[in-house]
Design a protein around this ligand. Structure first.
Ligand SMILES: C[S@@+](CC[C@H](N)C(=O)[O-])C[C@H]1O[C@@H](n2cnc3c(N)ncnc32)[C@H](O)[C@@H]1O
Length: 216
């Protein structure tokens, strides 16, 4: 999949600053703003992982970079990425503002296609996970997980199989609208052991975080 280069000219006035807790974040209309799922993954991180010191952690699909800020502040060497180059721009600015910065990198690309095999300790991701969402370009990239919501997650699991060290952890988010049985089957088929899921009820939708480790 090619990089998203829809915005040939980007106007400075299109950007805005928001405050999320103690963080100041730069946003652009084409970048996914921190939302319920972002905050759920952000909070869940601490439940599974308490120290990331000396760990190499990737967050593909980083969007505004809020989850990456948390990962970097737990001491990780962080690699954040997104297919949307404006997401990469704001994530980089947000990481500069809110972390020590020398322990972070931002790359524009498809999931983790550019990462060397067996190099990562953890992968954390809030991917597009909804079945057949709207087809307009920006928001399509935000949510669209293909027919059963698993298209990007399938690619994520395949990338995780290649790029994680043995024993490495894969933490990602989906919803009850995603084909959860297919996710579980893909994890097993790819040599992952599903350790735990944590759910959050939003009324119409339930968010689910999967935590699994690479066994083979
Ligand atoms: C649901 S948003 C999550 C954004 C952010 N992680 C958060 O939690 O707020 C999904 C993100 O995935 C990115 N994305 C979609 N397809 C991608 C792909 N093939 N490779 C990398 N990033 C992708 C979108 O641009 C968007 O930023």
């Amino acid at each position: 999949m090619g990089m998203l280069l829809k915005y040939i000219h980007v106007d400075k006035d299109e950007f805005r600053l928001i405050k999320v807790g103690c963080y100041e974040l730069l946003l652009h209309p084409s970048v996914y703003p921190p939302s319920e799922d972002t905050f759920f993954l952000f909070d869940t991180l601490d439940f599974f992982i308490n120290s990331l010191k000396l760990k190499v952690v990737a967050e593909p699909c980083t969007g505004s970079g809020l989850v990456s800020i948390r990962i970097a502040s737990l001491g990780a060497n962080l690699l954040a990425s997104d297919l949307n180059f404006l997401a990469c721009y704001v994530a980089k600015e947000n990481l500069k503002k809110n972390t020590l910065y020398y322990n972070v990198n931002v790359v524009c690309g498809n999931v983790l296609d550019f990462v060397r095999g067996g190099s990562l300790s953890y992968i954390v991701c809030n991917p597009p996970y909804l079945p057949d969402e709207r087809k307009d370009l920006d928001r399509f990239l935000w949510w669209n997980g293909g027919e059963d919501g698993v298209e990007l997650i399938e690619k994520l699991i395949a990338s995780a199989k290649n790029t994680l060290k043995r024993g490495g952890g894969l933490l990602f988010l989906a919803s009850n609208l995603t084909n959860l049985t297919r996710i579980k089957n893909l994890l097993v088929k790819s040599g992952f052991s599903l350790k735990q899921t944590v759910a959050k009820d939003l009324g119409e939708e339930q968010l689910i975080v999967f935590y699994s480790t690479k066994e083979s």
